[in-house]
Design a protein around this ligand. Structure first.
Ligand code: 2AM
Ligand code: CA
Length: 262
């Protein structure tokens, strides 16, 4: 079984094409570590190259759709359909030669995400979902985990950045989860893959502050179509506006909200 709609095929094709550049550039990182300038500029160039290929491919197939992308911002066309793109999610991992980052593309229709793809080019893992048609990892159906006791769960988070206004709050939340959950909290450095892993049942719950829409757009539909919950820290739907996202299997949402509000 696999997803086979026209929009999904457009997204997969764009992702596969852009990932060739991404893999090639990742291979160069090791050589650049020793250069005086370091790989910083190289990485932002890679980001822009990947974004350019994605936008070209998506525009070729759907010239009327709007686009919101991390580097270039908004291309405002069609009011009802919009691609939401993060060319490299996990940029810091990429920069340090850590093979854990992804391309993320969501498709919004009338303010709701209806398709999503998160592609990890190094592990060749493609997570895809479409509203009403389920979610897949490399063409295998995905489900969220069924663990019901937070204590026994695998929990991910990310941030805070050094400049974050809410740094103290994030650290307090980290502290509270660390006193509740037996397995130490993981920080893998790619919010898109964190959400894909909840969708795949590898991780049971994930929370993070200050993420942007392009970090989470594709992950939202992946998790929902896998039977998981996407809420803010109060269990409500305002996670995009509030910039507080909580992603869980269907069993631990309430318990995680209790810890977040301690
Ligand atoms: P990026 O790699 O595209 O920058 C790391 O915790 C994860 O959070 C990455 O997915 C990173 O995306 C994202 N991120 C983006 N902006 C952030 C912010 N202001 N604070 C924390 N994490 C952020
Ligand atoms: Ca990102």
């Amino acid at each position: 079984m696999k997803l086979n709609s026209a929009n999904i095929n457009v997204m997969i094709k764009a992702c596969r094409k852009a990932s060739k550049i991404l893999i090639r550039d990742f291979g160069e990182i090791e050589n650049l570590q020793v250069s005086l300038k370091g790989p910083g500029d190289f990485v932002s160039a890679a980001d822009k190259k990947v974004e350019k290929i994605l936008i070209e491919e998506l525009q070729k197939a759907r010239p009327d759709y709007s686009i919101l992308s991390e580097e270039i911002g908004l291309i405002d066309n069609d009011k009802s359909f919009k691609w939401i793109i993060d060319p490299i999610d996990g940029t810091a991992n990429f920069l340090h030669g850590i093979p854990h980052f992804a391309i993320s593309i969501g498709l919004e229709h009338d303010k709701e995400i209806i398709c999503g793809i998160i592609y990890d080019p190094i592990k060749d893992e493609m997570f895809v979902a479409e509203k009403g048609n389920g979610s897949y990892l490399n063409n295998q159906r995905m489900r969220v985990s069924s663990r019901s006791k937070l204590k026994d769960c695998m929990i991910f988070t990310g941030g805070p950045k050094i400049t974050s206004e809410n740094k103290e709050l994030s650290l307090k939340e980290y502290n509270n989860f660390s006193s509740t959950v037996l397995v130490p909290i993981r920080k893998l450095g790619s919010a898109a893959l964190d959400m894909a892993y909840v969708a795949a049942g590898r991780c049971d719950g994930f929370w993070q502050r200050n993420l942007n829409y392009w970090d989470i757009a594709a992950g939202i539909i992946l998790v929902k179509e896998s039977g998981g919950f996407v809420t803010d820290f109060d269990g409500e739907n305002d996670y995009i506006q509030n910039k507080t996202i909580l992603v869980t299997n269907s069993k631990i949402n309430k318990e995680m909200i209790e810890v977040l509000n301690k």
